[in-house]
Design a protein around this ligand. Structure first.
Ligand code: F6R
Length: 616
């Protein structure tokens, strides 16, 4: 949700700023801009549209010479995506330039006060109040750092902000509620919303905390708290490499990330499952870590919510009372929580505002907080008591793919690992279907280790591509499943509508007959997911739709009885029922991707969306 980048060094800033903006485009692509300063003052270039449009406008980047600069790629909140509303924003004299990610909730009041004092605004954005506030304090005789601090002291809401003042080789930056990370290389420093922005240049980073204010000069950086007292922030080295963060030979990040799933899962499972000892061990969740806890609540949004539903079914099946909640509803309709409740926040980015807000609510109720995330150092990791990393590597495509698989797999592991901390849980059923017991655990561990290979076999098939072509003219697409197949059906529909712009809905298979069946015609393919959960009933529900003319696509193993009735088949290898949904999901990802590619959609950057949703 908006990407910001800043550079202070001894080299020209423009190239690394533009690279940073391209790498951050997944956070928003409504407009882009840069501001650079040299002896001649601050120069700003900004355009509505994607970074490429800004680059075309900058035909001759030598007009933007200078070693200090800031850049921004926008996901609009206040004001439409026009040139005027693009960042950076300046004060009336162009002595101050600012980029911002977040929302200034009191900007209306501040703007009113500034306008009354004679300040003229040129955009509809909340951000523009910041350079004007700085200008007011500079005019009052404050030095630049004090003016910056005084300005951000006035702000209510969330921000990651970077500012510069004409004539200075310095950037000022602050973080409150929106992510900001510093990169350190031999020639200077970067500021960015996320690490991939500058990964080509350095992997030494410092994650800023809420309340941090930094003053960045070419040869030093000063970290302070909100009151101006110095604080220590230790650099760490991130393990992502730039190649991982690039597109490689693929046309789209999404396609690359779908194909990375076997590797991502291998990384996620490494050191966590031991088939010789038949054990699952999670470094951050040691035995008895959650003793005393008597229920689990998941909070998450979008795809992460679907992974959470998957996880909650896995938890309930081993006897842990669990519920899954949309994070944006949690504050208003959550069930009671207390110090015996474990709240698990599932979030790829670790920065989703709805999820962070739900975490705050859970904390106020006294709950224990665990986050399952992909991003080391993200805000969620700092808000939680414990962190379980999914180790999927950077995910750039706006549509989450590999992180869903890694999240869901980790939650299946977590369910088994937590079962022993819950009184009565591990003594539950030992059948394969319900997912408890020693013998079943051994099968699960074996199949977990075979999961990357099983996924690979799906990735090598072109069945989804052929089906995407066959049903490209459909009017609407329905996805159905039961048990663990239900969250997969929801996820399949979300992915399909998100990147194809075609209408798609996911349903619990048994719900079709309670209303949605009225929509079913020969132009509405029904994709039925078979995971071993009440497959017979899913077959009945699928046939009910087929009888009314709907083409039926069955996602199931070869020789499954559904293949006898279905019009088309997406095959998945036979596997433990706790994992079948993960394989079915890969077929659905490929179906969505191929349909979107054939329809010529901008797959990595679907309209109106952004990767990291840092507003509520
Ligand atoms: C859909 C998608 C979103 C995210 C959601 C939560 O493909 O990616 O629905 O899952 O915005 O994001 P995180 O997991 O970062 O909290």
């Amino acid at each position: 949700m908006c990407g910001i980048i800043g550079r202070v060094g001894t080299d020209e800033a423009i190239d690394s700023l533009l690279t940073g903006l391209e790498n951050l485009e997944y956070r928003g692509y409504d407009s882009a801009g840069v501001a650079i300063q040299n002896g001649a003052g601050i120069k700003v270039q900004k355009r509505s549209g994607k970074v490429d449009e800004l680059k075309s406008a900058l035909e001759d980047t030598t007009t933007l010479e200078g070693e200090v600069g800031i850049g921004h790629t926008r996901w609009s909140t206040h004001g439409p995506p026009t040139d005027e509303n693009a960042h950076p924003h300046t004060d009336s004299t162009r002595d101050v330039a600012v980029v911002h990610n977040g929302i200034i909730e009191n900007y209306g009041d501040l703007k009113g006060q500034l306008e009354a004092a004679g300040h003229e605004f040129t955009s509809d954005t909340d951000t523009e109040v910041i350079p004007h506030l700085m200008q007011r304090y500079l005019d009052a005789g404050f030095d630049s750092e004090r003016a910056f601090r005084a300005a951000i002291d006035q702000l209510e809401g969330s921000y990651a902000v970077a500012a510069m003042v004409a004539g200075e080789h310095v950037l000022y930056a602050a973080r409150q509620g929106s992510p900001l990370v510093v990169g350190l290389d031999d020639d200077g420093f970067f500021l960015a919303s996320d690490v991939p922005a500058f990964l080509e240049y350095t992997d030494d980073v410092v994650y800023l905390e809420d309340g941090d204010v930094v003053v960045v000069e070419p040869d030093r950086i000063t970290f302070t708290d909100a009151t101006g007292d110095r604080i220590d922030r230790t650099p760490e080295t991130v393990e992502w490499d730039p190649e991982q963060a690039g597109k490689g030979a693929y046309d789209h990040y999404m396609h690359k990330e779908i194909h990375e799933q076997p590797t991502a899962l291998t990384q996620a499972l490494e050191g966590r499952v031991n088939s010789e000892r038949g054990e699952i061990s999670l470094e951050s969740v040691p035995a008895a870590a959650f003793e005393g806890v008597d229920r689990v609540q998941f909070i998450a949004c979008g795809t992460s919510y679907h992974a959470s539903l998957y996880g909650s079914i896995a938890m309930n099946r081993v006897g842990i009372p669990t519920s899954a909640h949309l994070a944006n509803e949690y504050g208003t309709s959550a069930p009671p929580a207390d110090d015996r409740t474990l709240v698990i926040a599932v979030t790829q980015s670790g920065e989703t505002a709805d999820t962070l807000s739900a975490m705050r609510h859970a904390r106020e109720q006294g709950a224990r907080l665990l986050t399952v995330t992909n991003v080391v150092g993200s805000t969620a990791t700092r808000r939680a008591d414990d962190v379980l990393l999914i180790r999927a590597g950077p995910e750039i495509g706006v549509a989450a793919t590999k992180t869903f698989s890694s999240q869901a797999a980790m939650l299946v592991l977590l369910a088994r690992r937590l079962a022993s901390d819950f009184e009565g849980a591990s003594s539950m059923s030992t059948t394969r279907e319900t997912g408890g017991g020693r013998e079943d655990l051994e099968t699960l561990i074996d199949d977990l280790q075979g999961l990357p290979r099983a996924m690979q076999s799906i990735l090598e098939s072109d069945a989804a591509e052929r089906l995407a072509e066959q049903y490209l003219d459909a009017r609407s697409y329905f996805f159905i499943g039961r048990g663990l197949g239900y969250p997969v059906a929801l996820e399949g529909a979300l992915k399909f509508k998100e990147i194809t712009y075609e209408h798609a809905e996911g349903f619990a298979a048994g719900e079709l007959k309670h209303g949605p069946l009225a929509l079913v015609t020969s132009e509405t393919p029904v994709v039925a997911v078979f995971t071993g959960d009440a497959d017979g009933k899913v077959c009945n529900n699928a046939e009910e739709a087929q009888t009314r003319g709907a083409p039926l696509i069955a996602v199931c193993p070869a020789n499954h009885r559904a293949t006898e009735i279905a019009d088309a088949h997406l095959e998945i290898p036979a596997i433990h029922p706790a994992l079948a949904g993960l394989l079915a999901n890969v077929q659905l990802q490929l179906l969505s991707y191929q349909a979107a590619a054939k329809l010529g959609r901008p797959i990595d950057k679907p309209r109106n969306l952004a990767k990291s949703v840092t507003v509520e």
